[in-house]
Design a protein around this ligand. Structure first.
Ligand code: F6R
Length: 241
């Protein structure tokens, strides 16, 4: 693993955005795997800046997001589709038809997941997958469990994730109880992975993920087995390494 430690959130965001920018320059028709959450907001802003400045273009790229709440349409302001439109897609030259987020409004969960997995395969697989890290080691909505989930699937959110995400809703009662997420197998098939983490609150889980045993109770620990991972941390997140 290539671990990059930066001074602060801003430097982390620029360093991580540069990895995506380099990918787009090397392969303009890249298939990007994207994430939501608070961590990537700064890096998306940097990508918007770079696109505005003519340094990069998303015109030939495609994207697949990691996850989406089940039951929320893309127009809901807490849906991950909405987040992506607001933070990236509306501000760069990507063709919105080539951006994919699991369809939270599809009622048939199995059909939604199968269609997503198939669409990724048809696009030729993900070239670079961006990941944030949950406090419990989750990636996407792959929560700690007894075995690594392989493909895109529907998950019941754990109480701790519902609580953590409730800051974004009016109350915890409004947070959807289920989500669609790429599986660990889907994520591990990406040709390159970019894990971005900031903040002192994640220092211990970063240590467990990067230095601890590879176990499904720490889902992101599987990344130790991936051949091409870049980890970009701010110094607070790197403090326990
Ligand atoms: C979001 C996702 C989640 C987040 C993780 C960290 O698409 O897949 O796994 O990356 O929960 O979230 P933040 O960045 O809000 O701390």
């Amino acid at each position: 693993m290539n671990v990059v430690v930066t001074e602060n959130y801003e430097e982390m965001s620029v360093a991580a955005a540069n990895v995506i920018a380099e990918q787009l320059k090397a392969k303009p028709d890249s298939v990007l795997g994207l994430a939501t959450g608070t961590t990537p907001i700064g890096l998306y802003a940097e990508l918007v800046r770079a696109c505005d400045a003519g340094e990069i273009s998303f015109a030939n790229a495609q994207s697949f997001n990691l996850d989406e709440y089940r039951g929320l349409p893309g127009t809901h302001d807490q849906s991950y589709r909405y987040f992506m439109q607001n933070n990236l897609f509306n501000h760069v030259d990507i063709d919105v038809e080539k951006t994919h987020v699991p369809d939270g409004s599809m009622e048939d969960a199995q059909a939604a997941c199968d269609a997503y997995e198939q669409a990724i395969a048809q696009a030729g697989g993900v070239d670079l997958q961006l990941l944030g890290l949950g406090h419990n080691g989750h990636i996407g909505f792959n929560e700690p469990c007894d075995s690594f989930p392989v493909t895109t699937h529907c998950v019941e959110l754990t109480e701790s994730t519902i609580q953590a995400n409730s800051r974004l809703f009016d109350s915890a009662d409004e947070v959807p109880r289920e989500a669609y997420t790429m599986g660990i197998g889907t994520i591990m098939k990406a040709r390159k992975i970019l894990l971005v983490v900031n903040g002192a609150g994640k220092a211990e889980i970063v240590r467990d993920v990067l230095r601890g045993p590879v176990v499904p109770q720490v889902p992101a620990s599987i990344l130790q087995l991936h051949p091409d991972v870049t980890v970009v941390l701010d110094k607070e997140a790197a403090a326990a390494l």
